[in-house]
Design a protein around this ligand. Structure first.
Ligand code: PEP
Ligand code: MN
Length: 335
C-alpha cells in the first residue's frame, strides 16, 4: 500500500499518522518524490480500511497495490482449488456441467429433467425451491416441498444437487443438498453469506448484478473466513445499458479471475441472456475463455415452465451443446 502525503505537512500530524500505521501492525518506509513524502506500507495491509488513512488531512492519496482479500487470492493457493462434490470435480482442468430447471415444479417434472440431463452429460442437477423473484406476484417456488422433490431426483439419478438458499433459517433443509447456491441478489447479504460459510458445504456464489470482480471476491472471502473451503464463483451477467439481452455476460471476468483467485469459476449464460437462442453460443464462448464449467437452465417443456421459460433449453439441445463444448475443451488442451 502506498500513501502519498501533501506538500509542506506539519510534523505533528505526520507523527499521528505514523502512530496510526504502527497501531494497525504495519511498517512504513518513507521516501521523498517531487517534494512529497511517500510512505510504502508492508504487513497485513488487506486487514486495513484505506478510508481510515484517507481521513488524515495530510494524506493526498492511498493506493492499494495488493488485493484486499487474502484467502481468496491467487497467492494463497497458486496451483488453484479443485472443488469436490461427491465424485464430481470442479476446477484445475475439470469442467463441470450443472443443469436443470429454474424452479422445481413437481416430482414428475424434476425427475424427468434429471434423467434427461444426466443422459445429455450433465454432472450436477440444479433446481430452485426458494425463488427470489422480482415480482411478488410471480411463482415463488415450492419451498420445503421443492427441496424434498429435488432430493427425490437425487436419489433416483445419483446426481449431486444444487439449490439456492435465500434465508439463514432454511439451513436445516439444506442438510442433504450438495451445493448451496447464493444468488445474485444475495451476493452482498453478508449475514446470510456468513451463515452459509459456517455450513462448511460447497458453495456456488453468483455475481451480483452490479458487483465488481473485487466486491464479488470479497464476498467469497466472507465464506472462506467462516470456514467454507469449496467455493465456486458463477458469472451470471451484470446490468449494463444494453437492452438486447437480460443482462450482459461479462466473460472478461473469467480470465481476470484466473489471475486473481484460486477458486474455480463457471458461467451461467441462461440468466445472463434470458433467451434460449443465445445459450449455445455463450456456452461455447465461456468454455473458450477458460471457464471451469457451465450452469444452464433446462426444461422439458420450456413454454410450460413456471419461471424463466424463455431462457430454458430442452434436454435435447443440452445434449448437442455438450458435444460442441467438448470440442472447445479439447482445442484448449491442445496448446
Ligand atoms: C437462479 O439461478 O435460479 C437465479 C435466480 O439466478 P440469479 O441469482 O443469477 O438471478
Ligand atoms: Mn432462473
Amino acid at each position: 500500500m502506498i500513501i502519498t502525503l501533501k506538500k509542506d505537512i506539519d510534523g505533528q500530524q505526520k507523527q499521528r499518522l505514523m502512530q496510526k500505521i504502527a497501531s494497525c501492525g504495519l511498517k512504513a518506509e518513507s521516501s521523498v518524490t517531487n517534494g512529497k513524502v511517500v510512505l510504502s506500507l508492508s504487513g497485513n495491509t488487506y486487514a486495513v480500511d484505506t478510508e481510515i488513512l484517507r481521513a488524515f488531512s495530510i494524506v493526498e492519496s492511498v493506493k492499494r497495490i495488493e488485493d484486499p482479500f487474502k484467502l481468496a487470492s491467487k497467492s494463497f493457493n497458486p496451483c488453484g482449488t479443485e472443488v469436490s462434490v461427491n465424485d464430481v470435480k470442479i476446477g484445475k482442468g475439470n469442467f463441470c456441467l450443472i443443469a436443470g430447471p429454474c424452479a422445481i415444479e413437481s416430482e414428475r417434472q424434476i425427475v424427468d429433467i434429471a434423467e434427461k440431463i444426466k443422459d445429455a452429460g450433465a454432472n450436477l442437477l440444479r433446481g430452485g425451491a426458494f425463488k427470489p423473484r422480482t415480482s411478488p406476484y410471480s411463482f415463488q417456488g415450492l419451498g420445503k416441498e421443492g427441496i424434498r422433490l429435488l432430493l427425490k431426483a437425487k436419489a433416483e439419478t445419483g446426481m449431486p444437487v444444487v439449490s439456492e438458499i435465500t434465508c439463514a433459517s432454511q439451513e436445516d433443509l439444506f442438510y442433504d443438498i450438495d451445493v448451496v447456491q447464493i444468488g445474485a441478489r444475495n451476493m452482498q447479504n453478508y449475514e446470510l453469506i456468513k451463515k452459509v460459510g459456517q455450513m462448511k458445504k460447497p458453495v456456488l456464489l453468483k455475481r451480483g448484478i452490479s458487483a465488481t470482480v473485487e466486491e464479488w471476491l470479497l464476498s467469497a472471502e466472507y465464506l472462506l473466513t467462516e470456514g467454507a473451503t469449496d467455493v465456486i464463483l458463477c458469472e451470471r451477467g451484470i446490468r449494463t445499458f444494453e437492452p438486447t439481452s437480460r443482462y450482459t455476460l461479462d466473460l472478461s471476468s473469467v480470465p481476470v479471475l484466473k489471475e486473481r483467485t484460486h477458486l474455480p469459476v463457471i458461467a451461467d449464460p441462461s440468466h445472463a441472456s434470458g433467451n434460449a437462442r443465445f445459450i449455445e453460443p455463450l456456452s461455447l464462448a465461456a468454455a473458450a475463455v477458460g471457464a471451469d464449467g457451465l450452469m444452464i437452465e433446462v426444461h422439458s417443456q420450456p413454454e410450460e415452465a413456471l419461471s424463466d421459460g424463455a431462457q430454458a433449453i430442452t434436454p435435447e439441445a443440452l445434449k448437442l451443446l455438450c458435444q460442441k463444448v467438448k470440442y472447445i475443451l479439447d482445442a484448449n488442451k491442445k496448446f
